[in-house]
Structure formats: structure tokens, C-alpha cells
Design a protein around this ligand. Sequence first.
Ligand code: AP5
Length: 202
Amino acid sequence: MATPPPVLKHLLLVGPPGSGKGTLGPHLSDLLSVPHISSGQLLRASVDTGDPHHINEQVSRGHLVPDRVVAQVVAEYLANGFILDGYPRNVRQADELDRVLAADGRQIQLVLELVMPDDVASARLSRRARMESRSDDNPDTVAARLVTYRREAVPLLAHYADRVRRVSASGDLDEVFQRAERALSSLPKGARAQQAAPSADG
Ligand code: AP5
């Protein structure tokens, strides 16, 4: 197993629906001793507890919920490092996250991009739909989620370009875990440069 740099505690998981963010997140959380935070899980939990933000319909249809709602829901989990899964999802959310982190001298260190063709992602989600009951796993909604991802991911990944590591998310779990661990074994150039700066990560 590759040894990750000990300072790695502000990490993003970016990938299409079904690419395994929610599966890899807990594994990396154990490896790095940093909490895995899934915006989708937090939003579904919010819907299940009375839907105070009135987002049930958007989540069920696979539409993005308003940026201010996600920012509010995620905010309280950002204090002590994180593996963030599903947030930020667009450049506006990335700007907001960067702003919050910069307020105490922090920044995103590494973005793990899980790369997966749409047909493989769809197949995984239709398998999950047969086993679990997630309201957004029907074929039309999965297709809409994939379209949204392809539209938003390009500028989002460009925003963090110097800190992105691409990992193929195809293949069995062990293969994907090993690829991800290798990707974490050194910080990207952009993150090293920021770490060397006086106000960088503490
Ligand atoms: P979210 O919960 O983030 O869903 P998603 O991005 O569509 O991703 P999934 O959870 O479906 O897939 P995953 O990549 O986590 O894969 P998983 O590990 O589960 O968002 C849901 C909704 O919330 C959004 O549509 C939106 O409405 C809202 N939302 C969330 N964040 C938002 C934001 N920032 N802004 C606005 N709105 C937001 O794996 C999938 C399946 O594959 C599982 O069954 C798993 O067991 C299986 N699997 C995983 N890896 C493998 C493997 N290697 N081999 C075989 N099977 C595998």
C-alpha cells in the first residue's frame, strides 16, 4: 500500500454518478483519518428529517439544489479536514468553498477525479436501483445526473487544474482503491507550491 503524505486533509472526490465516490470515500477516510463528507448523503438526510430546505423534488429528479442550500448544509462539517464527496459541484460552489477555507489559511490540496464512461456508471446505478431504493436511481434521472455532471465537471476541474489527479474508476474495488492510494502518495505540484507559501495549510 502506498503511503499518503501525512498532511493530506483537504481532499475532493469528483466523478460522475456511480463512479464510486461514496464507496471510495470511507476507505480513504480510514486511510487518512479524515472524515468523509458526502453532500448527497447530507441532503438526503435533510429531506428525511422534514425537508426544511424544500429540496425533495430537486434531489429526486437529479437536479442540483441551490448553491446556498448546499453551502449551508455542508458548512458545519468543514472544520477539521475532510474528504468531500459531491461538493463543490460547480465553479460557484468551488469559489465559496475556497473562500471559507482561505479565511483560516487553508486550501484544497488534492482533487481525485474518478474517471468512468457513462455506460459503466449507468449500469452500476441500475444494479443499485434493483437492490436499494434511492429515489434518483431510475434511468431518466440517472441520465439527467450524468448530463449535469458532464456540463459542470469540466470548468470545476479546470478551476483546480494544478491539484487534480485522475484515476480510472473502472474495475473491481481493490483495483480502484489501489489506484486511488497511489494517487495520494505525493501531493500535486500546485498543492506543494501552496504549502510552501507562508499562509498555507496548517
Ligand atoms: P450524490 O449523492 O452526490 O450522487 P451522485 O454524484 O449522483 O453519486 P452517487 O452517490 O450516485 O454515486 P457515487 O459516485 O457516490 O458511487 P457509489 O459509491 O454510490 O448527489 C445526489 C443528489 O444530491 C444530486 O443529484 C443533487 O440533487 C444533490 N446534490 C448533491 N451534492 C450537490 C451539490 N454540491 N450541489 C447541488 N446539489 C447537490 O457507487 C455506485 C454503485 O456502484 C454502488 O452500488 C456501489 O456499491 C457500486 N460500486 C462502487 N464501486 C464499484 C466497483 N469498483 N465495482 C463495482 N461496483 C461498484
